[in-house]
Design a protein around this ligand. Structure first.
Ligand SMILES: [Zn+2]
Length: 206
């Protein structure tokens, strides 16, 4: 792509670093911003800057939060003996949208993926294990996507907790293989949480 302006080129290059945004789309977005009042761009830049400088992660569940302990973790009406293990905040949002779950969450921050160089130590797994071993947790519900990485991560955690009294279950897979949780419709996802199965059963079937 040939640019008549270095400024335009820089903006397009930065924008096209985002996933799913090719050079052409980046150019369209940048030209759109140029047609808007300058304040529009300022709001965007400020929102992104504040996001990066002020964002916090909940000290308990590791989900993105504006406060130290997120609203879910600090809600006394949530059942703190059940923890749903998810990959990121999109899963929390998807499950919350079903209104079928009243327990807490633990956000891993990704999945174990040797090919991408992501090991257990890169995720919040140790914090989860500590939480379980400290006592109050009676049940963990695995709700990672049904991918090889998701299965590997579930199995790793399961193995680490062998011999403890915690009950481990996994959401029923009405959701198709490789479907990410965030795309499952609310009814299907809600049902799969209610109809969760013991993790051992899921192991036998796979
Ligand atoms: Zn939290």
């Amino acid at each position: 792509m040939e640019f008549s302006s270095k400024l335009l080129q820089n903006a397009v290059n930065e924008m096209s670093q985002l996933p799913g945004i090719g050079k052409r789309t980046a150019l369209r977005l940048v030209l759109h911003l140029l047609r808007q009042p300058p304040t529009q761009t300022e709001y965007l830049v400020n929102a992104l800057r504040e996001l990066r400088t002020e964002i916090k992660f909940c000290k308990k569940c590791h989900s993105i939060s504006d406060i130290e302990i997120c609203e879910i973790c600090s809600n006394p009406n949530r059942k703190n003996t059940v923890i749903c293990v998810v990959e990121d905040i999109r899963d929390v949002m998807a499950i919350e949208a079903t209104s079928q779950y009243r327990g807490l969450y633990h956000v891993l921050g990704g999945k174990i993926s040797p090919l991408d160089g992501i090991g257990p130590q890169d995720l919040t797994i140790q914090s989860l294990l500590d939480k379980v071993k400290s006592g109050d947790v009676q049940e963990l519900i695995f709700a990672l996507s049904a991918t090889m990485e998701g299965d590997t991560t579930n199995f790793y955690i399961y193995k680490q907790l062998e011999g403890t009294a915690v009950k481990i279950s996994t959401i029923a897979r009405g959701i198709g293989v490789n479907d990410e949780l965030e795309y499952a419709d609310e009814v299907t996802l809600g049902r799969s949480i209610i109809n969760r199965v013991p993790f051992e059963n899921a192991l036998k079937n796979s």
